[in-house]
Ligand binder design. Structure first.
Ligand code: ZN
Length: 315
């Protein structure tokens, strides 16, 4: 039977899915302890997977393998984590393939989480019927992935297309967690937002000064209520995201940009503005690149993991 197990190891939440030929049959979520490493999470994962097998009365022979989505750079030819950025820092020393084989006798296929989500959206979601796609996920950080002519772009060191959040949009800008400065995510992401708001000269006169959580939900709320600081910071973020998206368009020549992440809950408030910026500023003589919302903002990587396993083992 062609079941697959999908694991999406995010910085804050770990999602586990049971799928069968592109259908998500069951899913569970646990809070991630990404600061304490990857190896310490494995027993939790084992428990959750065994529980799922039991609930659906499946044996290990019913499952084709594990698709493993990871928030870091991944060598998808060896199914090995190459590099992390302050999450699961023992990832490169963790033998995931050996773990899955020893525990259940399954093959494991690993891929970067942004690429995995793009595979899911391409096969089953917003990117269906297209062959050239860029996906950007705007959240705590900013992730990206690229599909060219029906193939995930990987590059010599498996990082091509993944670092859209680290394109420089302000060469005199703020320090980034990656070691660079003025990156898209150092200028406008959830981790950057609180300092961005507090550094605004008008902060002490803004209604946001009493807000405990300065996230994009709060920013959209106060901008809608005409708070001057919120409006200016939001304008700044929209202009940063537009610059990042236009650079992705110029670099990778997609037909469509798929946007995902927590901020998409407020998409009607800003997506038309981003689209207008792209229409005005991107050099695309063949037409306009459309920006669309991801269809599975919460589970694209699980669908992608299922597709990766099935397409790799030939089912
Ligand atoms: Zn950076």
């Amino acid at each position: 039977m062609n079941y697959t197990i999908a694991i999406d190891l995010g910085g804050t939440i770990i999602k586990i899915g049971l799928l069968k030929s592109g259908q998500l049959i069951d899913r569970s979520e646990t809070k991630a302890q990404s600061a304490s490493g990857l190896k310490t999470q494995l027993p939790e994962l084992e428990k959750a997977i065994d529980k799922m097998l039991q609930a659906y009365q499946l044996t290990t022979a019913d499952v084709l393998g594990i698709g493993f989505s990871f928030a870091g750079l991944v060598d998808s030819s060896k199914n090995k984590i190459l590099s992390t950025n302050q999450k699961y820092d023992d990832g490169p020393d963790t033998d995931l393939v050996g773990w899955a084989m020893e525990k259940w006798g399954w093959p494991l296929f690993a891929e970067n989480d942004a690429r995995m989500a793009l595979l899911g959206e391409w096969q089953f979601g917003a990117g269906k019927e297209f062959s050239d796609l860029v996906m950007m996920t705007i959240g705590t950080g900013i992730g990206s992935a690229v599909l060219i002519n029906g193939q995930l772009l990987k590059g010599k060191h498996f990082q091509a297309g993944n670092l859209g959040g680290h394109f420089t949009v302000n060469h005199k800008g703020s320090a980034c967690t990656c070691g660079g400065k003025g990156c898209v995510e150092a200028e406008a992401s959830t981790w950057r937002l609180p300092s961005l708001v507090k550094e605004h000269p008008g902060f002490n006169n803004s209604a946001m000064k009493d807000e405990e959580v300065l996230d994009f939900k709060a920013l959209f709320h106060y901008a809608k209520n005409n708070d001057l600081v919120a409006k200016e910071v939001l304008d700044h973020c929209l202009s940063v995201w537009s610059a990042g998206i236009i650079t992705m368009i110029h670099a990778f020549d997609p037909e469509l940009i798929i946007l995902s992440g927590g901020i998409m809950k407020s998409a009607p408030l800003f997506l038309p503005i981003l689209q207008e910026n792209v229409n005005q500023l991107a050099w695309t003589p063949w037409g306009k690149v459309k920006l669309v919302e991801a269809r599975f903002p919460d589970s694209a990587a699980l669908y992608g993991a299922d597709y990766l396993v099935r397409s790799t083992v030939g089912k």
